[in-house]
Design a protein around this ligand. Sequence first.
Ligand code: ACO
Length: 358
Amino acid sequence: MTSGMDDVVAAETVLSQIDGEAGRLILRGYDIGNLAGRCSFEEVTDLLWTEVLEAGHDENLARAIGAGRALAFQRFSPLTPYIADLEPIEGMRFLLSAIGEGDDLAEPAALAGATGVAAAVAIRAAGGKEPVAPDAADRHARDVLRMATGGVADNAAADALETYLVTVMDHGLNASTFTARVVASTRAGLPSVLVAALSALKGPLHGGAPGPVLDMLDAIGSAENARPWINDALDRGERLMGFGHRVYRTRDPRADVLKGVVQGLSGRGERLGLAEAVEAAALDILSERKAGRRLDVNVEFYTALLLDAVGVPRSGFTPLFATGRVVGWLAHAGEQVASGRLIRPQSRYVGPMADAAA
Ligand code: ACO
């Protein structure tokens, strides 16, 4: 066993399957490329939740998610003075902590709606802006984008965000999803699952990477500067954000889905040329310097470009990641509770034996 539990199988799931060698992601039998860009947030939520969560396959799921947004806004908007000085991901964590187990927001569909509202309210609060109220009748992706950016979300931008949310909805037993299952296994309830999983997502080795990807592109500035900048960063022992993955030994299939979306956002993908040059230089340099390890681009690299192109500030990237991933977290929580088993692994003691230090 490695300290990162790389080879440990800790759960059985019907939700998603990653083939790290082939670069393939399947959600309940569907290739991610056949869902993202074709199905709505609500449809893929329904796909993941059916027979897994009680709320699954509810004909009124879209309405229940919209109602959750409306209810969450009432709960969260008076709390904005408390989060003005927090990073959006921390403000979001604060807002979601205000949901008690057993209240109306603790239902899966309401929690999915509330997560998008918490993201949008926290993004605006960190920018010193008033929260924007939801439209419960709108589709989730467009409503969240409108609430987060404060502008009229046109269909192209809303479609782009929707594709993104579907693309990141579930992804095997990643760190935040494992966290969700551990907390669910204690019967702590879905609001606690959500806050715990969000906290795990926040770190830069997991969902915190896309903001730093944009910082990196800004620091590099031009295609000519890519190679020297990357070499300097690696000489300093830094990791390149948006590259590498624990499971994929090839290109992350989600990266190409998102890159295609950015290419289609005419006039808005201004960083795309630079990003492609940085990607090419990084892959070349990583293959030389980390010859024993196949490192490729991961989902976060083109996430950064997509979310930037639709007008989301970079500190809001991780909150929007959570807005998609919440669907998977809740589904895994449902599976874990149904399994009935508390997750309680063991550690191997390597300290001194009793009285040895005396
Ligand atoms: N840049 C430079 N070197 C890297 C990178 C990187 N992005 N990723 C891995 N490496 C190096 C490691 O330092 C290690 O080198 P060493 O053996 O000389 O010490 C070697 O490659 C092998 O690392 P792995 O065991 O493959 O990495 P691990 O599985 O522990 O980490 C991780 C995976 C955390 C994603 C890593 O690749 C990383 O830090 N990437 C940058 C952050 C990032 O993009 N995170 C988002 C991941 S996607 C997601 O969570 C949604």
